[in-house]
Design a protein around this ligand. Sequence first.
Ligand SMILES: Cc1cc2nc3c(=O)[nH]c(=O)nc-3n(C[C@H](O)[C@H](O)[C@H](O)COP(=O)(O)OP(=O)(O)OC[C@H]3O[C@@H](n4cnc5c(N)ncnc54)[C@H](O)[C@@H]3O)c2cc1C
Length: 415
Amino acid sequence: MKRYSAFAIAREAFRYHTGWERAWRSPEPKSRYDVVIVGAGGHGLATAYYLGKNFGITNVAVLEKGWLGGGNTGRNTTIIRSNYLQDPSAAIYEKARGLYETLSQDLNMNVMFSPRGVLMLAQTEHEVRGYKRTAQANAYQGVDTEFVSPERVQELCPILDIGGPRYPVLGALWQPRGGTARHDAVAWGYARACSDMGMDIIQKCEVTGITQSGGKVTGVQTTRGDIACGKLGIVVAGHSGQLAEMAGFRLPIESVALQAMVSEPIKPCMDVVVMANSVHGYMSQSDKGEMVIGGGTDIYNNYTQRGSFNHIEETVRSLIEIFPIVSRLKMLRQWGGIVDMTGDRSPIISPTPLGGCFINCGWGTGGFKAIPGSGWAMADMIARDAPGPLAAAFSLDRFAEGRFIDESVAAGVAH
Ligand SMILES: Cc1cc2nc3c(=O)[nH]c(=O)nc-3n(C[C@H](O)[C@H](O)[C@H](O)COP(=O)(O)OP(=O)(O)OC[C@H]3O[C@@H](n4cnc5c(N)ncnc54)[C@H](O)[C@@H]3O)c2cc1C
């Protein structure tokens, strides 16, 4: 693979850009792989990447029923933060945030990580207490956050109306090294690096069945034929329930639609990410100038990647309360994705009742930020046949044992 660099851009400029090669190969599936990963979203691709990078396992296929990054990875609002309450969550999200800091160099692809800072507004006394508690926990966990005053919030984001009549801003949880990244570049970067290691990324290849013998996985049936494998990783977000059924077990997951929208591009007016969980809205400004806006999830289960109309109205209405400028903006696009919600709002990274089959899901409304850390932990588990320190707390057993990792304050709705 040719390296991307300023020199490469200059060289190509002199030869009419004829020397660029495809970012990843599109091979025919082989009959067998050591590891098959189902789902070429960020988490699946990152798993494959760290299998190769950290463990030298490269006889790997990533199977994708659509196009890579076409699931939630290419549909999210790209907020990255690690200010979670519980120790296992802070550990994996902070690992991911740390990896994001150098991901562009690591993958040799500019993922446009922008640690511009994330403000989570406290607009009720309950939120003030909750976020102060999180800031205290983060101090012990080594996550750099701070509870800031309304005046500091106004300084950081002048377009906010902090004195709103219904929910005035009482302070905020501030993570200065949180931010955003370009979502599809993250998927493309991992895919390119995996392909360069000799892994096969096979798009338009839907897994329709999972074969097993003696309680162990032996392969998958796909729309492009049967593929045998030594180990299987299921990393399909909103479709996890369907894949689990193929493997013969059930998951405590509900799939619901979450949607987002962007406005017309405007001049730079906001250089932080703001989340307002009381009114159910959050906003950041993209490098192109569009305001990127998201709200809450639908209240019913669903597999259509759209979301219901009332959420568009409710989200905009909420945002107008705290960002009056929104009322003057035209919205350009709206879309939805199917997110996989667990009861405790924490992910599942776990071995499964089927031998050799591992699952990574349940990231719900907030898994983009976790991609590098999740891939790291999942690769470690697949390579060693057991969850390592980052993954151990997130096993499926916790639902049977009542050992929940309650992140409903940090992750219930927002991202
Ligand atoms: C509107 C919206 C906003 C969000 N905002 C944020 C945010 O700001 N910050 C944040 O951290 N997170 C956010 N999220 C959540 C985040 O996008 C997800 O948690 C994350 O992208 C999940 O990645 P993934 O790789 O697990 O899943 P996906 O990217 O969905 O990838 C799974 C892949 O599996 C494929 N697949 C499914 N079934 C099969 C099959 N049978 N065979 C083969 N392939 C299959 C799918 O086609 C898909 O490409 C948001 C989500 C949405 C929808």
